[in-house]
Write a protein that binds this ligand. Structure first.
Ligand SMILES: [Zn+2]
Ligand SMILES: [Zn+2]
Length: 150
């Protein structure tokens, strides 16, 4: 067994602090066998160093939800949650959504800002990140509705 796995969200995530592209994430919610997971692939796309076990990569799967993170050079830590659909990593949320329930709506209030429909908190979040954890009430929010819509 290793200590972590390596995760590659697709599309890639930019640091919310400085905008730098983040391409090296680590997480401990998967098999922790130094595997390389890429969003959209059911099985690991590779491994770091020597194969950790004799198993073929196709023996490994991800859990339905898993948290992973990265430290940016600017000092910002970025936590993400991946979700599987039919056993394949299908979507990624900004923030730790491991204890959040199903996604609720978020409104886009202005460029790069969204508002939680549960607690009315507004915060900055890159527009192309659809799923984001509300920093106030910790709800998983999904962008897609405009103010005035349900
Ligand atoms: Zn940064
Ligand atoms: Zn909220």
């Amino acid at each position: 067994m290793g200590l972590y796995d390596h995760y590659e969200p697709v599309p890639a995530i930019d640091c919310p602090g400085c905008g730098a592209r983040l391409d090296y994430f680590q997480g401990k919610d998967g098999p922790c066998a130094f595997l390389r997971w890429r969003q959209g692939s059911m099985h690991p796309v590779g491994f770091e160093g020597d194969p950790p076990t004799p198993s073929e990569l196709t023996d490994y799967r991800l859990p339905d939800a898993f948290v992973f993170d990265a430290w940016c050079d600017c000092g910002h830590s970025v936590e993400l949650t991946g979700f599987c659909s039919d056993g394949t990593w299908a979507s990624t949320a900004l923030g730790d959504a491991s204890t959040a329930g199903p996604a609720i709506a978020a409104h886009e209030v202005s460029d790069g800002w969204r508002q939680c429909t549960r607690c009315a908190e507004a915060w900055a979040c890159p527009e192309r990140i659809g799923l984001c954890v509300c920093p106030s009430c910790r709800a998983l929010t999904q962008l897609g509705s405009r103010p005035g819509e349900a």
